[in-house]
Design a protein around this ligand. Structure first.
Ligand code: KIV
Ligand code: ZN
Length: 417
């Protein structure tokens, strides 16, 4: 039976680190590499050794310490790049040289200023040179998805003949749509005569917000390796987010058609560590790892989650390493959440007390974005001390919030609705 697991190639330390604001120093890269190892990724791209002495040193250190995954180093199709990458990987147990050259006419003519023939020649030469360092050679055709298909097929055939074992076809500028990527992978793998001799890989950028959808489409179309980064960091709008790809396979196994070996419970730790090392916050509503990914404030949602979390959660926070579901108390919260939180803080409230605490909490939430446990406890203590008759928050005969009164008490819309 074919292995349902795809190869997860993590490029957080290379493509991710290349993005403005995300650079890491050598010890930080080594720390992140340890976490990627704990996460269970199959390949760690540790850096681009020719880029700087620090990058080369980081690759050397990661290669000598991290023994389980394949350690990859990036190199252009130039002799110096390949030699420096080969040297940096010397102590790796499973070294991979990842060499690349652009194949689109736009990049060849305007950026590299070389002909198609020169491109094929450089690609073949670099692949052969890399094979002298390791039997694991990856070739990437930069801007593959905007390349002429016949020419791309010719390049891919040539580098496989020269010894490339993985062929990566990046959507470098995040231009493709999922249906196009599916057609693209089918076309290449059916037209290249020696395609069965290599593993095909996808590497998608997020310029149109389609990196993950495109990666999944490529995997469905036969790619066996997916390149991605923690928190989706990377050039411009970033790369496909590792945590999203992994959780699509986990939560929607029947639709995804692929699996990964990633330990999902390490995902949140990896995301947090990266954010700490780069001092770049994770977007609050980022899928899987954002601080709102498992947070509920709206009364209806809080009530649902308290009764059965599956009402509003398609995966458990624990499954991705998030300690617990967060019920945020704010102006949209309901009585059920206030009661639960008060109980957790040690307050047993009568129905009437709960009503008073709830009203005070909403008044406070009108001024603040959210109400903390300390603030809620202070309200609950005050209500416990204050006789109901002297409490100004007690409902008047008409009731201060008619819209709320019309709602079932345990749901509560706050007054945001
Ligand atoms: O986006 C890209 O084309 C790349 C290659 C160097 C693999 O990052
Ligand atoms: Zn890239």
């Amino acid at each position: 039976m074919p292995d349902p697991n795809v190869i997860v190639f993590d490029t957080t330390l290379r493509d991710g680190e290349q993005a403005p604001g995300f650079s890491m120093r050598i010890p930080e890269k080594v720390r992140m590499a340890r976490q990627l190892d704990a996460l269970g990724v199959d390949v760690i791209e540790a850096g681009f050794p020719i880029a700087s002495e620090a990058d080369a040193e980081a690759v050397r250190l990661v290669a000598s310490e991290i023994r389980r995954p394949v350690i990859a180093a990036l190199a252009r199709c130039s002799p110096a790049d390949i030699d420096v990458a080969g040297a940096a990987l010397r102590s790796a147990t499973r070294p991979r040289i990842h060499t690349f050259i652009a194949t689109s006419d736009l990049h060849l003519e305007r950026k590299l200023r070389i002909s198609r023939d020169q491109c094929v020649e450089a690609a073949e030469r670099a692949t052969r040179q890399a094979r002298r360092y390791t039997s694991d050679v990856q070739f990437s055709a930069e801007d593959a998805t905007r390349s002429d298909l016949d020419f791309l097929c010719l390049v891919v055939e040539a580098v496989i003949r020269a010894g490339a074992t993985t062929i990566n076809l990046p959507d470098t500028v995040g231009y493709c749509t999922p249906d196009e990527i599916t057609e693209f992978f089918h076309a290449i793998t059916s037209r290249v005569p020696n395609a069965d001799k290599a593993v095909f890989s996808t590497h998608c950028h997020d310029d149109l917000g389609l990196a993950v959808a495109n990666s999944v489409a490529a995997l469905k179309a036969g790619a066996q390796q997916v390149e991605c980064t923690v928190n989706g960091i990377g050039e411009r709008a970033g790369n496909a987010a590792l945590e999203e790809i992994v959780m699509i396979a986990h939560v929607r196994a029947e639709r995804a058609g692929f699996r990964t070996r990633v330990r999902t419970t390490e995902i949140f730790g990896a995301s947090q560590l990266l954010s700490e090392l780069t001092t770049e916050p994770v977007q609050a509503n980022k899928a899987i790892v954002g601080r709102n990914a498992f947070a509920h404030e709206a009364g209806i949602h809080q009530d649902g989650v308290l009764k059965d979390r599956r009402t509003y959660e398609i995966m458990t926070p624990e499954s991705v390493g998030v300690p617990r579901t967060t019920l945020v108390l704010g102006k949209h919260s309901g009585r059920h959440a206030v009661q639960e939180r008060c109980a957790a803080l040690g307050f047993t409230l009568s129905k009437h007390e709960l009503d008073r605490v709830y009203r005070k909490m909403i008044t406070l939430a009108d001024r603040k974005k959210s109400v903390s446990d300390e603030e809620l406890a202070a309200i609950a203590r005050e209500i416990a001390r204050t006789p109901a008759s002297s409490d100004s928050s007690r409902p008047s005969s008409q009731g201060p919030r008619p819209a709320q009164e019309a709602m079932p008490a345990e749901v509560g819309y706050g007054h945001g609705v």
